[in-house]
Design a protein around this ligand. Structure first.
Ligand code: HEM
Ligand code: HEM
Length: 192
């Protein structure tokens, strides 16, 4: 039996609409950028893959900007209180994972950008706006940054899986209102 009382989904404090908008827009962008990364790096090289390469970089840079905006907003807006929905250990674990997700949404695109700069292929956003290079062209450094981008992207993917597993555990095993905190109020009215 759960140590925490089951709390109906419509009784929990939800994130604000702005927080949800940031969360779901960035989540959709992250899934798309990861999908593009996997597609474009698998053989054979085709003109479509080449175009996806550019879109991967552009969407990745937009994601970096969105994360900066989200963090700037988040500093002034605390999440809603968890009340009795989660145990204190769960709250601690969730905070640690959320912190790492934020950090990686910042570091993964930054490492990708640094990698293309070091390779000598600067980012031209949407083919129109050249972005500055913040590392020098250097093949040895490019190799290190490529591996860094790869591993950071995989760490982000693993954490997202953990994050989703936790959300689904709350929804289907604990049957508390944690998932509902990040969903618009109409989503769970009947089922929880
Ligand atoms: C959150 C944003 C991003 C995510 C989640 C992401 C994820 C990925 C993934 C999964 C791959 C395939 C990886 C592999 O196994 O090596 C990849 C490759 C790549 N990414 Fe990103 N990326 C992001 C942002 C960026 C940005 C902003 C740039 C550049 C401006 C970039 C440039 C590249 C390049 C050039 C590759 C190909 C590396 C190779 O040739 O092996 N990425 N990325
Ligand atoms: C790329 C994917 C995702 C990323 C990067 C991400 C990131 C985050 C972050 C950073 C937070 C903390 C928000 C804050 O307090 O400032 C959060 C909260 C949350 N996310 Fe995600 N998320 C992703 C996908 C998902 C998915 C697919 C689900 C559902 C299956 C989900 C469910 C939740 C829930 C329920 C919360 C609120 C947890 C709580 O009440 O403490 N997330 N997410």
């Amino acid at each position: 039996m759960s140590l925490v009382e089951r709390v109906p989904a419509d009784a929990v404090a939800r994130y604000t609409r702005t927080a949800m908008l940031f969360h779901w827009l960035i989540a959709a962008a992250v899934f798309t950028v990861i999908g593009m990364g996997l597609y474009m790096t698998s053989p054979p090289i085709t003109p479509l893959r080449f175009r996806v390469y550019n879109w991967h970089k552009w969407l990745g840079v937009c994601l970096l900007l969105a994360t900066i905006l989200r963090l700037a907003w988040r500093i002034r807006h605390a999440p809603p209180p968890t009340g009795r929905v989660m145990r204190s250990l769960e709250v601690l674990a969730a905070r640690a994972v959320h912190f790492l997700l934020y950090a990686l949404c910042f570091l993964v695109p930054l490492s990708g950008w640094a990698y293309t700069s070091a390779e000598g292929r600067p980012v031209v956003l949407f083919g129109r706006f050249p972005l500055p290079d913040f590392v020098p062209v250097n093949p040895a450094l490019a190799e290190v940054l490529k591996v860094t981008h790869h591993w950071l992207a995989w760490t982000l993917s693993a954490l997202i899986l953990l994050h989703i597993a936790a959300a689904l555990k709350h929804r289907f095993i604990d049957r508390d209102g944690v998932l509902a905190r990040m969903l618009p109020s109409f989503s769970f009215r009947k089922s929880a």
